[in-house]
Design a protein around this ligand. Structure first.
Ligand SMILES: Nc1nc2c(ncn2[C@@H]2O[C@H](COP(=O)(O)OP(=O)(O)O)[C@@H](O)[C@H]2O)c(=O)[nH]1
Ligand SMILES: [Mg+2]
Length: 438
């Protein structure tokens, strides 16, 4: 299931646009932050929070590169980390032990469905749940929970027709067995003091270990006000955000909860008792952006470069520009010795002690390529002796350096033509290095 449809689509598009770009410059970063802004605002995330978020992304994206990452990979990582941050940072902890849970929240927020979902969750973990209906207001509240309880085969207590929830609860607790006692309550607004007193009484009788606020994600940023008011009245221990499968405003609800300091423990993603997931901000963001985790996200950022050059090379047009791009991405990725480690060549080369030498060589080649004309770059065959002389003079190198570059270029070009794209992806830079005589 695609979480939060519209937000997910927009974030995926933004990330695809970035990872598809050959060159990441200031304009590309501006473009990305604008796309993320639009996506978050349309998901009803607080404006100030969105601006803070994108400012942090912009700053970190153009900031110093951590060793071993290309600019593109770095940005992908930054976006992932910053989004995870405003979506709640860390995964909640769920204790698998006997406990009493009280559910509260607005009318229609999903309390009764969530009561059954929680019972099912703990049942699957091997605990014995017990469901109690303390909603004495809504017509057929009793039947609704009774039916759900039957469906998942969990014991249930309620009193049809009784108007006082405290009395129902007292009777229920006399009968209740099991490890995890889950109490469903009537819908109430946190700003209604009469109804809040009522649930305070229920909480006192129950002695709840967890007071869970159930918030429907379609209320968006209004979640903030409800979460704050319920927390002041009752001391909310956790939040469950429901209906994330059915709204575009879920980003607003999730970030609003986080702003109030409330921890989102589970999310509701459908109407059946099975549709409850433990909330994990990292996983959630990964799924929003469309990847299993940060690692696969980074792999994607890497593979686009490889695929692009592989395509060019397969067509047989491995130009000096491609060669320069490869050299530059090697530079961007960090020092040679790190790259060599990644390519599995670290030890061999370190023994020979020529890492620095190779790094210096690559720098020289870069200068030489930069001194070539556009025509020379796309068709290096035309570079005759007089052109070699000019390029050497222009880049401050020896003619032999330029010749060595040309010789290596031809060698690599020839080799590339024999490569299948699959091999290119796997062999990557390691294969290139071998051709540099390493
Ligand atoms: N799509 C979807 N619907 C939900 C979810 N949770 C609850 N609902 C639906 O929302 C409506 C109200 O839910 P209910 O549990 O009766 O809310 P309550 O009034 O707070 O007890 C019902 O139609 C539920 O099926 C959810 O996570 N996703
Ligand atoms: Mg209900």
């Amino acid at each position: 299931m695609r979480m939060l449809g519209a937000l997910s689509n927009k974030l995926r598009d933004a990330m695809d646009k970035l990872t598809g770009k050959g060159n990441i410059d200031k304009a590309a970063i501006d473009d990305l932050t604008r796309d993320i802004q639009r996506a978050m605002l349309s998901a009803d995330v607080d404006v100030a929070l969105v601006l803070e978020l994108t400012e942090r992304i912009r700053k970190r994206a153009s900031g110093e590169l951590p060793p071993g990452l290309t600019r593109k990979e770095h940005i992908v990582k930054v976006v992932y980390e910053e989004l995870t941050d405003i979506m709640g940072k860390a995964k909640s902890i769920i204790e698998l032990k006997p406990k009493k849970i009280l559910l509260c929240g607005l009318y229609g927020s999903g309390k009764t469905s969530t009561a059954a979902k929680l019972a099912r969750f703990y049942q699957k973990k091997g605990l014995k749940p017990f469901l109690i209906c303390c909603d004495t207001v809504r017509p057929a509240a009793y039947e609704q929970l009774e039916q759900l309880a039957k469906k998942i085969d969990v014991p249930f207590y309620g009193e049809k027709g009784e108007k006082d929830p405290s009395r129902v609860l007292k009777n229920a607790l006399k009968k209740a067995g099991g490890d995890v006692i889950i109490v469903d309550s009537s819908g109430r607004n946190a700003l209604d003091s009469g109804l809040i007193d009522e649930i305070k009484d229920i909480n006192k009788i129950l002695g709840a270990d967890e007071r869970i606020l159930v918030i429907p994600s379609d209320i968006g940023q209004a979640a903030k006000q409800q979460a704050t008011a319920f927390h002041e009245a009752l001391g909310i221990s956790d939040v469950i955000v429901t209906k994330l499968d059915a709204t575009a405003k879920g980003g607003g609800a999730l970030t609003a909860c986080y702003l109030t300091g409330a921890r989102v423990k589970f999310i509701g993603v459908g109407e059946t008792p099975e549709d409850l997931q433990q909330y994990d901000p990292e996983k959630f963001v990964s799924r929003l952006i469309g990847f299993a985790d940060l690692e696969t996200l980074l792999e994607k950022a890497r593979s686009v470069v490889d695929e692009k050059s592989a395509k060019n090379i397969m067509k047989g047009d491995f130009t000096m520009d491609d060669f320069l791009m490869q050299l530059e991405s090697i530079n961007k990725m960090g020092s040679m010795s790190q790259i060599l480690d990644m390519a599995g060549l670290g030890k061999t080369v370190a023994k020979k002690g020529n890492v620095n030498e190779q790094e210096a060589k690559m720098k020289k080649w870069k200068f030489a390529i930069q001194s070539m004309t556009r025509a020379e770059r796309s068709d290096p065959e035309m570079i005759n002796s007089s052109r070699v002389r000019r390029i050497a003079a222009g880049s401050g190198l020896k003619e032999s350096d330029v010749r060595e570059l040309l010789a290596n270029y031809s060698k690599i070009k020839k080799m590339m033509k024999q490569f299948s794209p699959g091999k290119m992806k796997r062999g990557g830079f390691g294969a290139l290095f071998k051709q540099f005589g390493m």
